[in-house]
Design a protein around this ligand. Structure first.
Ligand code: NAD
Length: 427
């Protein structure tokens, strides 16, 4: 098939490369010329394991990128993978996606054959019906254009592997023809493995994505709440969670307590579904509490540091800036409140991350950034571990260079050793 993918960010570039790898002809479209150039050079515009290899293999063969919407009518299916950030009140900001939807419609105005436009972006349940379908039809005014929803569940850091080995595929469509089109897109993948397909309508497909993320975010917040209680009692939350994970109804996944959830999805998606529910007159009390607990975790990490170190004039190493390992994405990273607070208390920060320094420097230009974990620790009065990068697990003699060897670990990644004062956030 010929597939057009509009939006070449984390999701769009991964999809485009993986669809090409499945044997489709793919055109990736983005308004950002630098992104288009990077893809056409065979390099990933984002840091994602395996993506460079796929782009190198398929660019100039079955994958090309452009800033033009002209290839859309010649394709069989168009996916929209545009960002859906939060408005200041937490509600979903559909403006970029709506603009792309209208432009996609305009490109399809004269197409005589049926064409499926699939919303890949995460959108609240009524958004397709109320906003996106009307935007597409404002541009197209063509009853041959149909709209579907195929939410994405990949995780940054393992996006390629997740796309290639999904737990489920959700097809939200209004017709059998549209479901068949989506089935055909994923057919090469379905020939290789058995993947459950959820065949539903677009609004339910949208809600499945929010329920998925709200459940996972709430599970982590519950684990963090219980973890904080464990710490108050001097208990090891990981020992407790390992035991409850033996219960099939709970499962052993997502039971690691720590400094909280961040990234481009959980915070904005939980905020968006809270805002959408509230607008409909429902008070989502549990989701509100999940957010509040999440906000508290960085403060608890800093409180633990302050129980050992007077922050006034202290030099504090912050280890890890990305919202999780294997990505350079800092959106809503827990490192952000952690960089803000000690500075306010008069401390000097020296921050280190193996890949995410550049984006964080744009946001916090006044923070000192170290090029290695050793350089960050040297002469520091305390270290806060914020991202669970593997390289922090092997730290040992590097701690000897600290002025005061206080290590407060928010990810249970550092190995406690003689000669350091080690504090685990919930253990
Ligand atoms: P992103 O911000 O990384 O990428 C969006 C891209 O769209 C950017 O490259 C931007 O230049 C481009 N763009 C904006 N307006 C455009 C237009 N009019 N025409 C063409 N291109 C345009 O976003 P993302 O992280 O890839 O997320 C996309 C959607 O997928 C969001 O709704 C998000 O919630 C959802 N999602 C993201 C993830 C994730 O892990 N990042 C996972 C699942 C779902």
């Amino acid at each position: 098939m010929h597939i057009t993918v509009i939006g070449s960010g984390y999701v769009g570039t991964t999809m485009a490369a993986c669809f090409a790898d499945l044997g489709h002809q793919v055109t990736a479209i983005d308004i950002d010329e630098a992104i288009v150039e990077a893809i056409n050079d065979g390099t990933a515009p984002i840091d994602e394991p395996g993506l460079d290899d796929l782009l190198e293999t398929h660019t100039q063969h079955s994958l090309e990128a452009t800033t033009s919407y002209d290839p859309i009518p010649d394709s069989d299916v168009t996916f929209l993978a545009i960002g859906t950030p939060s408005n200041p009140d937490g509600s979903i900001d559909l403006s970029a996606l709506e603009a792309a939807a209208e432009a996609t419609g305009e490109a399809l105005a004269d197409k005589a054959d049926r064409h499926l436009v699939v919303i890949k972006s995460t959108v609240t349940p009524m958004s397709i019906q109320d906003t996106l379908e009307p935007a597409i039809q404002r541009g197209a005014n063509n009853d041959q254009v149909e709209v579907g929803m195929n939410p994405e569940f990949l995780r940054e850091g393992s996006a390629v592997a997740d796309f290639q080995n999904p737990d489920k595929l959700v097809f939200g469509t209004n017709s059998e023809w549209a479901t068949d089109q989506l089935q055909a897109v994923f057919e090469p993948l379905l020939e290789e493995q058995s993947v459950p397909i959820v065949d539903t309508d677009p609004a339910t497909a949208s809600m499945i994505k929010y329920a998925n993320n709200a459940f996972l975010a709430s599970k982590i917040s519950l684990v963090n709440d219980l973890g904080n209680i464990c710490k108050e009692f001097g208990l090891d939350a990981y020992e407790v969670m390992d035991a409850i994970g033996l219960d099939d109804r709970i499962s052993d996944q997502f039971l690691r307590s720590g400094v909280g959830w961040g990234g481009s999805c959980f915070p904005k998606d939980v905020a968006a579904i809270i805002a959408a529910a509230t607008q409909h007159g429902y008070d989502p009390a549990l989701l509100e509490a999940a957010v509040e607990i999440n906000e508290r975790q960085p403060e608890r990490l800093l409180d633990l540091l302050e129980s050992h170190v007077d922050l006034e004039g202290a030099r504090i190493a912050v280890l890890g800036l990305a919202f999780k390992p294997q990505t350079d994405d800092i959106r809503n990273s827990r490192a952000i409140p952690i960089l803000e607070s000690p500075q306010k208390a008069g401390a000097d920060i020296v921050a280190y991350d193996p890949v995410a320094i550049d984006p964080m420097r744009e946001r916090f230009p006044d923070v000192e950034y170290a090029q290695s974990v050793e350089a960050a620790l040297e002469g520091s009065d305390g270290a806060l571990v914020v991202t669970g990068w593997d390289e922090f697990a092997t730290l040992d003699e590097e701690f000897d260079a600290m002025a005061t060897p206080v290590v407060v670990d928010g990810r249970r990644i550092v190995e406690p050793r003689d000669g350091i004062i080690y504090e685990g956030l919930t253990w």
